[in-house]
Write a protein that binds this ligand. Sequence first.
Ligand code: HEM
Length: 230
Amino acid sequence: MKKIFTSSIGKKLVMGFTGVFLISFLIVHCYINALVFLPNGIEKYLAAGHFMGTNFIVRTMEVGLMAGIILHIVQGLMLTVQNRSKRPVAYNVAPGNKSSKWYSRSMGLLGTLILLFLVLHLTHFWMPNRYEQHFGTGHEINLYEKMELVFQNPWIVLVYVLGCISLAWHLIHGFWSAFQTLGLYTPKYAALIKGIGMAFSIIVPLIFIAMPVAFHFGWLPPSSSYVPAH
Ligand code: HEM
């Protein structure tokens, strides 16, 4: 059991499993964000946010999500350090060599950029909301209104855009790498998995980017235009 967290292949397996779990989280998060672009988007988004923020099962899963993120980061860092220390003298190859793609060699750097984005992101929305709820399942803040406010700042929008671009690069490598580690990347389905991975890694970050950009340029209805039914 100890070997799962200490051996190289064990660490890769943990990266694969947590990676697939985090990808499933991204699908749900992206779907909920995309609701703002639909007719009656504010209502739909707030209803979904209310469900996610107050449902006991979802909130319990949140603990697993945070643990998954931390495990993915810690194991990723250890894997990078371990791979480097195996060879005290760095490989004498020019950057940009043909043996591996740039994004595959930069998982550590891209992961760090995403981590910085994530810390900022959680302090914008997640922390104030949980604080308002007294870390329970009580009344939440109006997240639509909060996003409208936060994304007025062009620098914050820029950080979000860069964070999502880093996420795209990270996913392009991570998606098929997770399939490979978990033994699901068979020659028969290689092209299909690569295609789905590439489409996912581009479409999902683009949808994420659309949200802060649309708020910033006023392409979304203002929160003041929404009057709750009751
Ligand atoms: C760029 C557009 C994005 C917007 C507008 C956005 C918006 C939000 C909002 C409003 C919340 C608060 C939910 C709550 O109170 O529970 C949230 C939570 C969260 N977001 Fe994002 N998000 C974006 C992108 C991302 C990306 C790219 C990631 C991951 C790489 C991410 C990871 C998270 C995490 C981990 C949480 C906490 C989830 C939880 O409540 O358990 N977000 N996001």
